[in-house]
Design a protein around this ligand. Sequence first.
Ligand SMILES: Cc1cc2nc3c(=O)[nH]c(=O)nc-3n(C[C@H](O)[C@H](O)[C@H](O)COP(=O)(O)OP(=O)(O)OC[C@H]3O[C@@H](n4cnc5c(N)ncnc54)[C@H](O)[C@@H]3O)c2cc1C
Length: 388
Amino acid sequence: MTRSSVQSVEYAVVGGGAVGAATAWNLARRGAEVVLLEADELASGASGGPGRRGVRAGGRDLRELPLARRALELWPELDSELGAPTGYRRNGLLSVYDVEVAGLSGWQSLPARAQAQQAAGIPCAVVDRERLDEMQPGLAGDIRCALFTPDDGTADHPATTRAFAKAAGERGARVLEHTAVTAFEPRPDGSVVLRLAEGDELRATRGVVIAANRATPRLLADSFDVRLPLWEKATQVTFVAPPPGFSLEHQIGHTRRSLSVKLTDEGQVMLSGGRPGGWDPETGVGTPDPEVLRASLADAAATIPALAGAEVLAVDTSRADTSTIDLIPVIDTVPGLATVFVGTGWSGHGFALTPAVGEALATWALDGERPAALRPFTFERLGAGSRK
Ligand SMILES: Cc1cc2nc3c(=O)[nH]c(=O)nc-3n(C[C@H](O)[C@H](O)[C@H](O)COP(=O)(O)OP(=O)(O)OC[C@H]3O[C@@H](n4cnc5c(N)ncnc54)[C@H](O)[C@@H]3O)c2cc1C
């Protein structure tokens, strides 16, 4: 189906990352007529790039836990539901705590976090040093304990995105790559006209879901005069060669250091955790930062001493996510427009939530009621609540 043959549809989803593709699939599987529009190729934004993404509930902001719990229910069945591989693996997350005594990442906070996660339906257990040595030998001596979240894991983010889009297509959605939306014009009857590059237009009669991530603030400002205060962050990711005999049963996160350690499908050790590399928001081009590389390697060696001196295979800063001031997303309708939905501001941890976010956004768009799990993620809390 070509772009010019599409003139009217019930729902338009803008952005072929994991969020847009998951939402399109959920709308389509519930029988809605859907077009998914992607400016470039599927997974060309934050949902692409090398390595694996963490699929975790452990360590999240408590307001995200209902969504995270639902996502963890959905992930194990996704491959068969979508009929395509997501690369999902459930191998558990060990969040380690060291000697730091103050703050939310201090070991004293561990029982409180465990209690809150368990109350939200996220299984987890406090692990003392003796047990930790059995679960993951070779951790640094200053680590005293950990929180183990057994249902956490990792997945292949571009594969998952493509799997959502493929499944959406099989449910009748039209997936249009290389089709950028340049503007939105809301109409009094709740429909929205989308202006496409090259002069085409598309009318969405029942709603629009804007999942264009880093392009979202510009689209909202230009079309709706809404200022959404997000910024772009390209988490720098480092891949090192595993030292001889190295094994990793679980993902390792450090609650005080900016460190997350995973194994890739190729057996490389992936180091991430949130430190930003260089990023130009105008060009969308990232540049590895040597200081960040040094800090990441130092954090890795301070947590797993066997990684000291590991050979660096690659450093990647090719993808940026959007962040909010309180590090939880915006999943809401544009102020004053009940049929224009937005999901963005994932603050570096949106991928894991996508099965639940797609389901919840589709439910809201189809049934007209905001699902309870989405209540915290408003425009209003960021001071972006009123149209100027
Ligand atoms: C390095 C890195 C590591 C991360 N690690 C994790 C992790 O371990 N766990 C986790 O849960 N999350 C992680 N994240 C975050 C996660 O990847 C993102 O939150 C998630 O992928 C966002 O998905 P999205 O679909 O909203 O956005 P994107 O994937 O950015 O998709 C937006 C899409 O919209 C398209 N688009 C833009 N403008 C337009 C337009 N005008 N018209 C049509 N299409 C348009 C873009 O081309 C793009 O494909 C990480 C992010 C990065 C960058």
